[in-house]
Design a protein around this ligand. Structure first.
Ligand SMILES: NC(=O)c1ccc[n+]([C@@H]2O[C@H](COP(=O)([O-])OP(=O)(O)OC[C@H]3O[C@@H](n4cnc5c(N)ncnc54)[C@H](OP(=O)(O)O)[C@@H]3O)[C@@H](O)[C@H]2O)c1
Length: 242
């Protein structure tokens, strides 16, 4: 029997990894391409998708009301079967210089933003007894990183959020997993000093930096029916980083 096309919301799809996820998912799903500020980039991503009933939507992931309103409208227009919580920011500072407001902002976008989206989507997923929640964490959330305490805490928090969601929602046909990318070539990593990049490359056994598509193919698998018995996991996509 032919499966009706599922609908997937990818947050931060105007950026590197989110755009690749949107493209990979568009082969089998209708995709909602989310952006924060960069509508132009989101429109380009929309135009690059496989044929389907795709759309773009913009909202600030840090604004509780905007998230709730946007997701409510998407639920009313057909629901969200697959949620990829990918939007994220960094604010790299040594701990001794990290102010409360710096810390709070990173947590608000990266961690609370994902929790807000999950909250908005789960009722519909529970009703339909199908859901895929995929949170883009980071290997930094598993290992920590000097100068990235706020980011690492937010990404470690996403792992706890993922595991709790998997336990709460597993009985309703909903899986929740985290993907932990290593060093992926996007805007986020473009500005790092060459010295840092060279040092990182020396620790990657694959001998190359990751591309957004390396992450997207794992996300597409976790979103698929084939991954229905995979939940509460953290899957590193880091090229074998030591
Ligand atoms: N690149 C890496 O090496 C790497 C490694 C591990 C994990 N990750 C994670 O992967 C995810 C994507 O990273 P990327 O490298 O693709 O970064 P990116 O190119 O900088 O994209 C970040 C995305 O997040 C969105 N965003 C940021 N703040 C937002 C807000 N307040 N409201 C709504 N959207 C917001 C941006 O939207 P606008 O630009 O439209 O505002 C953009 O689409 C992030 O969660 C990141 O932490 C990346």
């Amino acid at each position: 029997m032919e499966q009706t096309r599922r609908r997937a919301l990818v947050t931060g799809a105007s950026g590197g990894i989110g755009a690749a996820c949107a493209r990979a998912l568009s082969k089998d799903c209708d995709v909602i391409v989310h952006y924060g500020h960069n509508r132009e980039a989101a429109e380009k991503v929309l135009a690059s998708l496989e044929p389907g009933d795709h759309q773009i939507i913009g909202f600030d992931i840090a604004d509780e009301e905007s998230v709730a309103d946007a997701i409510k409208a998407l639920e009313a227009a057909g629901g969200i079967d697959i949620l990829v919580n990918n939007a994220g920011i960094t604010n790299d500072k040594l701990l001794m210089r990290l102010k409360d407001e710096d810390f709070a902002r990173v947590i608000d976008v990266n961690l609370s933003g994902a929790a807000r989206c999950i909250r908005g989507c789960t009722r519909g997923m529970m009703k339909r007894r199908f859901g895929r929640i995929i949170n883009i964490s980071s290997i930094v959330g598993l290992r920590g990183n000097a100068g990235q305490a706020a980011y690492a805490a937010s990404k470690a928090g996403l792992i706890g959020l993922t595991k709790s969601a998997a336990l709460e929602l597993g009985g309703r046909g909903i899986t929740a997993n985290a993907v932990a990318p290593g060093f992926i070539e996007t805007e986020m990593t473009a500005g790092l000093p060459e010295k840092v990049k060279t040092e990182m490359l020396s620790r990657i056994s694959s001998g190359r930096f990751g591309e957004p598509e390396d992450v997207a193919s794992v996300v597409a698998f976790l979103a698929s029916d084939a991954a229905g018995y995979v939940s509460g996991q953290v899957i590193a996509v880091d090229g074998g980083m030591q």
